[in-house]
Design a protein around this ligand. Sequence first.
Ligand code: SF4
Length: 391
Amino acid sequence: MSDTLFTLNSKLNFNPIYNNIYISCKKIKKESIIEKIKYITKIHKVEGLSDSEKEALQEVSKKYKFRSNDYYLSLIDWNDPNDPIRNIIIPKEDELLDTRYTELDASAEHLYTVAKGLEHKYKDTALILYNDVCGGYCRFCFRKRLFIDDNDDVVNDLTEALKYIKEHKEIQNVLITGGDPLVAPGSKLIKLLDELAKIEHLDFIRIGTKMLAFNPRVFLNDTLLEGLERINKIKKIKIMGHFNHPNEITSTTKEVVDKLKSLGLNIYNQTPLIKNVNDSSETIAKLLKELNKLNIIPYYFFQMRPTAGNFSYAVPIKKGIEIINEAYASLPGLVKTARYVMSHKTGKIEIVGSYEDKVILKYHRAAKEEDANRILMFENKEDAYWLEDYL
Ligand code: SF4
């Protein structure tokens, strides 16, 4: 595929070239389609950046890795320095300059690690850290520690994790996440799903993935699709998607989502509120409308977790409430299914709203039983980004 064509199509909301590839390869095994996607991990290989930008971003990408692919980069309008996809995936010098956040494990996930690659924070839910790579690295990632070379939070051998889940009958569902489970071969994921499907006390299994945005065609793999369809009849599988902005939804996304839906899979969406990506009520309303057209159910808006390198992407909670209230004011009830939450080390705290000069929070999920449904009320500060900012 020529670079010129990429440039010509970079202003479009989707790239017709990819659509054509998909259509012409429909009946061919997925492996041949995957070959069309080129992953890029060196910032100087990103053709849309100027030489001076490439030079300036070298240091950032040394500290916080860069990774994307030519499909996702083709969604960027390089003439717009504030393009939302660009702001999701291309490093910024601010990541090194703004040092307000220093933690790599902002939600203290290590506190809830019960076996290699397994977290158990909420009584009924277990989380498998399945992979230490994603289809791209979101600049605001709260798990960027997984991509740092000496990390050992993710393991290949999940024997210990499966044993723990089998022994803990209070666990009703498992979330497979990471890193992105869909970056690894489909057959490996199906093997794990088959093991989980045998566990009687599990009601459903979730797969956390941003591949519907980064590279939707990764789902068009016979082994994966057949496996998902088969296992979904035994244990319900829920795809937890991650669209941050409506520009990530292309005609290819739509075809793949339709395919997954036709197999009986439900798809949900969760996204943080991200400065210069989706921090306006118009963008959030448009994202929700686009998701609704695809029958994707909005699940969570996350407050940006205070992770090293992330502060320049964070939106103050007061502003977040305003954005969501304004967006929701123009939308029907069926579209307003997402809660605005803070994934705090003590639990998932819903940011309910504000009243006069107060902000109201409520534990939606609590790590400790005594916090369940607890309501918190604080002065509604302009510059509060996290629970500790109110204390
Ligand atoms: S998809 Fe999720 S885990 Fe992967 S880089 Fe983005 S935020 Fe991080």
